[in-house]
Design a protein around this ligand. Structure first.
Ligand code: F0G
Length: 354
């Protein structure tokens, strides 16, 4: 059957009716790709799968939530949507708003947005305001705009976002025909870990013997790790700008996901993130953005510290939340530079080392 996006596919699990106008770019249905090299390389007994959310229409998982949030905004006759963003939410909101014909206002932290994401927001015609502050400041303003001026807030505090995003767990369960034992993922504003946990619980409730609950393993960047530190971080810093967040809106529900699943929320350094970013690109052929690689960095850290004690083979999913092309600057700045050669065959052969 012709795939028409996640609302059509999972209609009965989502708060939509026949009257809801569906604004879709055929998001969801992203590949679950089995790692060929990583388990041996890092010494993990079992299977690793990448849920490659970079394959969504705007290149990140945000589209799952945005198809729901914007469809419901149009149903409620909202004339404009607003969000604060480290980049991906703004790209997604701008695209879905353009398709729906509603105005989109985005507030972004000055100078910290990856180039691909900014190019999307401006191309889709959003009103982009770079504010002189960080993501957490921007979210305060976006909330105020939604309350005082009745713009629809499409950050993940909008419950329809979480509803849309939980479908990623459904897809993983369907692909594996069981749930994974562990799920590793980045944590920023903490909506996505909240959404995945909700999705896994839905499947577990429907068929507990088939879909056991996975352990949720969330990772923040070391310079932006409020949940790990147990306090808001006033000046969050990390190369993984997507998760440069000091006071996550879904803090409490992220802790619930961690505790109910008997998982962890921990941190990884920028060096560990960059190492994982390069490994998955160079040995699995998958290019994700730095924030996404924190899931793999977390897995590598936990294998190295001997977390997986018994030698039972396990099934692990790493969520790769956004595409590497979102942030070409970090790729070019941190990878080996192209060699410059004269335009003759001898120099080319010498450079290749044949
Ligand atoms: N990975 C990427 C690529 C992201 O863009 C984000 C969040 C996360 C992970 C973390 O997800 O916030 O649900 O815990 N990006 C938001 C944005 C904040 O504005 O695009 P989370």
């Amino acid at each position: 059957m012709f795939y028409k996006g996640l609302i059509e596919k999972y209609r009965k699990f989502l708060p939509v009716t026949e009257q809801t106008p569906i604004i879709s770019l055929h998001e969801g249905n992203t590949p679950l790709i089995k790692a060929r090299n990583l388990p041996t390389q890092i010494g993990l007994i079992g299977e690793i799968y990448f849920k490659f959310e970079g394959m969504n229409p705007t290149g990140s998982f945000k589209d799952r939530g945005m198809t729901m949030a914007v469809s419901k905004a149009v149903e409620a006759r909202s004339k404009a949507v607003v969000c604060a963003s480290t980049g991906n939410t703004s790209a997604s909101a701008a695209a879905y708003a353009a398709r729906a014909g509603v105005k989109c206002v985005v507030l972004i932290p000055e100078g910290k947005i990856a180039l691909g994401k900014l190019s999307q927001a401006v191309m889709h015609g959003a009103e982009v305001l770079e504010i002189d502050g960080n993501f957490d400041d921007a979210l305060d303003f976006a909330r105020e705009l939604s309350v005082k001026y009745r713009l629809t807030l499409v950050n993940s505090v909008n419950p329809f976002r979480i509803e849309g995003q939980k479908t990623a767990s459904y897809e993983i369960c369907e692909s594996l025909k069981q749930s994974p034992d562990y799920q590793f993922m980045p944590v920023g504003n903490a909506g996505n870990i909240t959404a995945y946990w909700k999705g896994y619980k839905d499947y577990n409730k429907a068929e507990p013997s088939k879909y056991a609950l996975p352990k949720m393993m969330g990772f923040q960047a070391a310079g932006s790790a409020p949940i790990v530190e147990g306090r808001p971080i006033a000046k969050p810093e990390t190369i993984a700008t997507a998760i440069r967040i000091g006071n996550p809106a879904s803090w409490k529900t992220a802790e619930e996901a961690r505790d109910e699943s008997r998982g962890v929320i921990d941190k990884v350094t920028d060096d560990e993130i960059l190492e994982a970013y390069r490994i998955v690109a160079a040995t699995e052929g998958i290019f994700c953005e730095p924030a996404s690689a924190s899931s793999i960095a977390g897995l590598i850290k936990y294998v190295r510290q001997g977390y997986f004690k018994n030698n039972e083979p396990i099934k692990v999913v790493c969520v790769l939340t956004g595409h590497g092309l979102k942030d070409p600057d970090t790729a070019v700045a941190t990878a080996v530079k192209p060699k410059k050669v004269k335009a003759n065959m001898k120099d080319i052969i010498d450079a290749i080392g044949l």
